[in-house]
Write a protein that binds this ligand. Structure first.
Ligand SMILES: [Zn+2]
Length: 462
C-alpha cells in the first residue's frame, strides 16, 4: 500500500541546483520519496495525509557531517581547554565507557539532533576500550530507534603515547584488530542499496592518534569495499606543529602523500589551510565537515569556508561531539557558519587569505542552508538521494514554524530560519516517516531518554 503525505501552504526552499523557492507551495510524498514539489496548492490525492504548512518554511532535512554521539554523556568537562588539553583530560574518562552508556548517549544525542532538524547524521566513533561491549552496534541500534538515516564511521586509533601519539596506550587498538572490526561492521550494517538507512564509512581518528600505516591500510580497505573515508584534519595549530615535527609537512600535505584526498573523502574541521591546500581540496573534490561552534568552543580558529566553496570543495556542517559543543543543535550551526565566515574579515589580515571574500558578504543565509543540506549530502556521497527537495529524492523533510514570537514578520523565510532564533520544528520526516511533530520527538519518549542519559553521566563521573 502506498503511503501518501501532502504538505501545502508552506514557503519552500528546495535547495535544488538553481535555488528554486516558492512563497507558498506544496510537496507530495509517495512511498517515502518526493513525488512532486511546486507552487500553489496540491492537487487532490485520495487517501493522503494533509499537513497545513501555513506560517512555515519547508526545507530539506539537515545533514550532520561530523559527530561523536558517545560524547553526549561527557558534556561540560575541560571548559577552558585547547583541543590537546581537552583530549588529555577526556581520554581517561572515555577509556571507562561501556555499551549501555554509549547506547544511552547515542539515543539522547540522536533525539536531540532530530529536534534540531537533522534527518541524516554521521557518527565518528573511534573509541573501543577492551571489553567495553558492542559500542558501534549500540549506536546503530539507537539510530534505528530514533528513526534517523545513519552513517556510522568506524573510527580507530593505533598510535598511543608510547608510540609518539597523544592518546594513552589503553585506548588504542592494534591495526589488524581495527581492520577486522571494520570489515565486520560493514558485513553487519552497511547497506549500499538506494534509500539505505545505514551506510558505514572508514574513519581513522586524526594524524596525532593514528599511524601512517593505518591511514594507508584504511584507504585501501575502504576503496576495495566502495566505502567513504573520514578523519579529523587541520583542526588546530598544535596539530600542524605535530605534523611538521613528525612528518616534515602540513596535515593536508601528509594526507595527500598517503593518497587520502579525493571525492570519496570528507575531512572534519580543515581550519588551518594554506591557499594551495584550499585549491588542492577543491581540485580533488575532497569534502569538509565545517564545525564552527566546536572550533569556537576550543578556540581552534575559523575555517575558510567561503574559500572552500569558491574552489568547489563540498562543504557540509557538523555539530561535532557534544563534549566540545554542548548545544549540539544542527539548525544553529547555519547561523554560526555564517557568522564565522563573516568574522574572518574582521579579525585582520592574518586570518584572511589574499583575495578571500570576508565581512558581511562572505556567506549568505542561503549558502549556509545549502551547506547544511546539499553540501552535507555531497560530503557523505548521497547528493543524488538527499539534500534537496526534488521529485524522486527521499522524503527527508524539515518543516519550520516561523509565525511565532521569534520570527513573525520577517518577510524572507530563509533569513528568518538562519539569522533568527532556532525555529520550532512543526514536522520532521525521514523517508516520509514522522520523527518530530510540533517540536516533540515522536519515535521515543524524551523523558526516558533524558533519565537514561543522566544515569549514564553519573556512572561515568563516579
Ligand atoms: Zn570530531
Amino acid at each position: 500500500m502506498s503511503e501518501l503525505l501532502v504538505i501545502e501552504g508552506a514557503a519552500i526552499a528546495t535547495v535544488d541546483r538553481v535555488g528554486t523557492e516558492h512563497r507558498c507551495g506544496h510537496l507530495m510524498v509517495r512511498d517515502g520519496r518526493i513525488a512532486a514539489v511546486g507552487p500553489g496548492p496540491a492537487p487532490t490525492m485520495e487517501g493522503a495525509r494533509r499537513v497545513d504548512g501555513s506560517g512555515c518554511l519547508l526545507t530539506p532535512g539537515l545533514v550532520n557531517t561530523h559527530h561523536h554521539l558517545y560524547q553526549w554523556a561527557t558534556r561540560g568537562y575541560a571548559q577552558q581547554a585547547t583541543l590537546f588539553e581537552w583530549l588529555t583530560e577526556l581520554y581517561p574518562v572515555w577509556a571507562r565507557i561501556t555499551e549501555p552508556q554509549v547506547a544511552a548517549a547515542a539515543a539522547a544525542g540522536l533525539g536531540w539532533l532530530a529536534r534540531s532538524g537533522c534527518t541524516t547524521t554521521t557518527d565518528h566513533h573511534y573509541l573501543f576500550p577492551q571489553g567495553a561491549g558492542d559500542l558501534l552496534g549500540s549506536t546503530v541500534h539507537a539510530a534505528g530507534r530514533i528513526g534517523l538515516r545513519f552513517h556510522p564511521c568506524r573510527g580507530s586509533m593505533d598510535l598511543g603515547r608510547s608510540g609518539g601519539g597523544l592518546p594513552p596506550d589503553e585506548v588504542v587498538e592494534p591495526i589488524d584488530a581495527i581492520l577486522d572490526a571494520t570489515r565486520y561492521a560493514v558485513e553487519r550494517f552497511h547497506d549500499p542499496a538506494p534509500g539505505a538507512m545505514v551506510r558505514v564509512a572508514v574513519a581513522p581518528c586524526s594524524p596525532f592518534s593514528v599511524s601512517a600505516e593505518l591511514l594507508t591500510e584504511s584507504a585501501a580497505l575502504a576503496r576495495s569495499l566502495k566505502l567513504r573515508l573520514h578523519t579529523h584534519l587541520a583542526e588546530t595549530l598544535d596539530e600542524e606543529s605535530y605534523c611538521r615535527e613528525r612528518h616534515g609537512c602540513s596535515p593536508v600535505e601528509y594526507l595527500d602523500k598517503l593518497g587520502w584526498l579525493g571525492r570519496d573523502v570528507w575531512l572534519a574541521h580543515a581550519v588551518h589551510l594554506a591557499p594551495a591546500e584550499i585549491a588542492r581540496l577543491g581540485a580533488t573534490g575532497t569534502g569538509v565537515a565545517h564545525c564552527p561552534s566546536s572550533n569556537a568552543r576550543l578556540g581552534a580558529g575559523t575555517a575558510p569556508s567561503r574559500a572552500l566553496l569558491d574552489v568547489g570543495a563540498p562543504v557540509g556542517l557538523g555539530v561535532d561531539g557534544a563534549a566540545s559543543q554542548e548545544a549540539g543543535r544542527l539548525v544553529e550551526e547555519m547561523r554560526q557558519a555564517m557568522y564565522a565566515a563573516r568574522q574572518r574579515g574582521a579579525v585582520g589580515a592574518l586570518a584572511r587569505r589574499p583575495g578571500e571574500v570576508a565581512g558581511p558578504t562572505a556567506l549568505t543565509a542561503r549558502q549556509a542552508l545549502a551547506m547544511a543540506t546539499i553540501g552535507g549530502a555531497r560530503c557523505v556521497g548521497r547528493a543524488d538521494e538527499i539534500g534537496s527537495l526534488e521529485p524522486g529524492k527521499l522524503a527527508d523533510l524539515a518543516l519550520w514554524r516561523l509565525d511565532g514570537l521569534g520570527h513573525a514578520g520577517i518577510a524572507d523565510p530563509v533569513a528568518a530560519l538562519v539569522f533568527g532564533a532556532a525555529s520550532p520544528l512543526e514536522l520532521l520526516t525521514v523517508g516520509g516517516a514522522v520523527v518530530v511533530e510540533r517540536d516533540e520527538l515522536r519515535t521515543a519518549d524524551e523523558g526516558t531518554l533524558a533519565r537514561d542519559l543522566a544515569h549514564a553521566c553519573r556512572e561515568i563521573a563516579a
